[in-house]
Write a protein that binds this ligand. Sequence first.
Ligand SMILES: [Ca+2]
Length: 187
Amino acid sequence: MRFTVLIAALMLTALSYSQNKLQSTDSFQDGLETWQYGTWASETDEPGGFISAESTGKDAFGGSARIQVDKTTANPNKIFLRSLGVQLEEGKRYRLSFWVKTDAKDSSINVMLYSDFYTGSFNTWGGILSKTLSLQNNNTWENLEIEFEAKSAYKNSPVDFDAIALSFGFAKHKGTYYLDQVSIEAL
Ligand SMILES: [Ca+2]
C-alpha cells in the first residue's frame, strides 16, 4: 500500500517554520500545517500506514482535531512527525507534554529534540534529548511529559538554537494511534 495522504495542505514553507505553535498547545486544529511527516523506510519498503489530522470531533483529546496514525502492517518502519523551528532559549528548562492513545500492543513513542541539517543547521548533530517512552496500549488517553534543559546532550555536538526540531517516532506496531495537545512550556 502506498503512503496515503488524507489532507490537502501539505506544503511546508519557510513562513510556516517561523510560525511554530509549540509555545502554545498545538491541538491540531490547523491540521499538519506546521508539521512534516513520513516513514523511516528505504525506497523499496512499504510504509504500511498512513497519517492524518482530521477535525471530526471523534477521538480528539482537546478540541475537535487530532493526529491519527493507522498502522496496517507490523513492520518496524515507524512513522515520524516533525515540527521545525521550535523556539528554545539556551540553558532554560522546559516541559514537553503530549497526549497519546493506542490499541497497539507493546508499543512506544520516541521523542527527539535536535538540530541538524534537516533543520538548516551546519552542525552534524546536536541533540537535546532522545527518549523512548512505553505506551499503556489500553486505548485510553495518557499524558506523557518530559522535562529537559535546552542544552546539548552530546559532547562536541553543539545545538543550533535557530534550527531546532521536535520529532515523534511512533506507530511501531500494527494498530491505531492518536496524538493530541502537544506543547513545550518554559519552567
Ligand atoms: Ca486536538
